[in-house]
Design a protein around this ligand. Structure first.
Ligand code: PLP
Length: 498
């Protein structure tokens, strides 16, 4: 299988795609066509464990890896999980939570970021690259820690994570700053997520900087959700959820399901759309946003406009105005005409907005519906859901549930089974979850974690409960203008150590 850039000037095979992250023309890689999954295959997969389901789907896309290689990567990756990687939990007659937070950092990013380092190192070997791989990551909170855990102490890789100093939760910051490992660096950027993301993009776009890094022995690569190696492992759990519903007799083979996804950079829900394109019977894809509701407006009006107030919410991993992965959906909207994509992306860069035809948008993508949740509604849903379903939601997942409830009252579609994607464990955001239940504001994340435990009787995972005993290894914060100097300095220090 070949991969093409959404901007039309590049075509590569899977290993190159994973090494490059982003295409040289600035576009995102997409598969030249979508492989299919038949009802018979879905039936067969009932008997497969998750790792086998994953290798099966991955091998359809990543054709220059062998099935055995992929199986090995997936097994190594999901060994880092606590039990099943992606269990489906029934919360009422027709609603199921797809829990994607059983990995080492308690958020769904682990599903792909535990696999990506193996894909990347495999690609490096295949392409005979002797340079070290330098991973640069901009994070809105969860990607950073997941990438650090995925890449730490991986031979041949060095990772630097940039987070917005004012834009991540205290717990997320603590998780990142306490990371161990010889090849990891964590740096705060003064600004919000888009500032951090733009600063990192700028490094990738700077030929001179790339040359400097190359001379030092490094080749740049990205672990951000634009890397296609992040998307494929995410397609797997949508297929797996369907297989589970079928296996437990909740649906018949061929029945449609709805899927609601708390969205930010649009990577997770795009993977669900790719599963749909492979043939998974999906009726609606509910794009759930928080108060930064640029995606809701886009699906309702066809206008994408980032000239608006940026809100810091209790679901920080969704505080994003530029949803990078939307470019891949636009590519399908434009019937894969890269000229249209180049125009739209130039408009976005120059004026911060673009408009596409709303009627064509809803004709082309009838399955996509956008809803958003205000902060007040998100708090309320956490409280009510715990009361009524005895299920504790994190704020991101609560945005997903809130959007799903709005979908129900809009469409009265209570008959279609719905999978709501649960993207983080509630103990990753203990202050806000505790506040939602008690209306008591506790500012210390570890104290609130303990209070939340005794209030709910639900135990916090060990990965997070022990954080306060760990030393802060990384406390550097720099202005975004200093990002390139900082990278060179950090790597220099590294060289001296050796
Ligand atoms: C990253 C993240 C999201 C948003 O996912 P996208 O793929 O960026 O749309 C939602 N919830 C949590 C907990 C996340 O970490």
């Amino acid at each position: 299988m070949k991969y093409i850039s959404t901007r039309g000037e590049q075509i590569d095979n899977a290993s190159k795609v994973i090494l490059n992250g982003i295409a040289n023309d600035g576009g995102l890689y997409v598969p030249s066509s979508f492989p299919t999954i038949t009802p018979q295959e879905i039936e067969e997969m009932i008997g497969f464990e998750y790792e086998k389901r994953a290798s099966h789907i991955l091998s359809k896309f990543l054709t220059d890896y062998t099935y055995e290689e992929l199986m090995e990567y997936v097994q190594k990756a999901y060994k880092k999980f606590d039990g099943e990687p992606a269990p489906l939990v029934k919360v009422d007659d027709n609603t199921y939570m797809l829990e994607l937070w059983h990995g080492p950092t308690l958020a769904f990013k682990d599903m792909a970021l535990t696999v990506l380092p193996y894909l990347l190192m495999g690609a490096r070997k295949k392409d005979g690259i002797d340079k070290k791989t330098l991973i640069l990551v901009a994070t809105s909170g969860d990607t950073g820690k997941a990438a650090l855990e995925g890449f730490k102490d991986v031979e041949g890789a060095e990772i630097i994570v940039f987070y917005p100093n004012e834009g991540v939760s205290l717990m997320q910051k603590l998780q990142m700053q306490t990371t161990e490992g010889k090849n990891v660096h964590v740096v705060g950027i003064e600004g919000n997520f888009d500032d951090a993301q733009n600063a990192v993009k700028d490094v990738f776009d700077d030929g001179e900087m790339r040359k400097k890094l190359f001379d030092k022995g490094y080749m740049l690569s990205s672990a951000n959700s634009i890397n296609f190696g992040r998307l494929v492992p995410q397609i797997v759990y949508y297929v797996s959820a369907y297989v589970d519903l079928l296996g437990s007799g909740e649906i018949e083979n061929g029945d449609q399901i709805n899927i609601a996804v708390p969205s930010g950079n649009f990577g997770n829900i795009l993977a669900a759309y790719y599963a749909y394109r492979m043939g998974l019977p999906i009726k609606h894809l509910i794009v759930a946003s928080n108060q930064n509701n640029v995606l809701t407006d886009f699906f309702n009006s066809g206008e994408y406009d980032i000239n608006r107030e940026f809100y810091k919410t209790i679901s920080p991993s969704m505080d994003i105005l530029i949803s990078s992965n939307l470019e891949r959906l636009l590519f399908e909207f434009a019937d894969r005409d890269s000229g249209i994509i180049r125009e739209l992306m130039a408009e976005l860069k120059n004026s911060g907005r673009y408009q596409i035809d709303q009627e064509k948008l809803s004709q082309k993508f009838p399955q996509f519906l956008g809803y958003y949740s205000t902060e007040e509604e998100t708090f309320e849903v956490i409280d009510n859901f715990f009361e009524q379903c005895d299920y504790l939601l994190d704020p991101h997942t609560a945005v997903g549930v809130s959007a799903y409830f709005k979908y129900i009252s809009d469409t009265l579609d209570t008959d279609t089974p719905a999978v709501v994607v649960s993207t983080a464990n509630p103990y990753k955001f203990p202050q806000d979850v505790y506040y939602a239940l008690t209306k008591v504001q506790e500012d210390d994340p570890i104290k609130s974690l303990k209070k939340l435990q005794s209030y709910t009787g639900i135990k916090a995972p060990q990965a997070i409960a022990g954080l306060d005993d760990k030393p802060l290894n990384h406390d550097l914060v720099v202005p975004k203008s200093k990002i390139k100097d900082t990278i060179l300095k950090l790597l220099k220090k590294e060289d001296n150590n050796e």
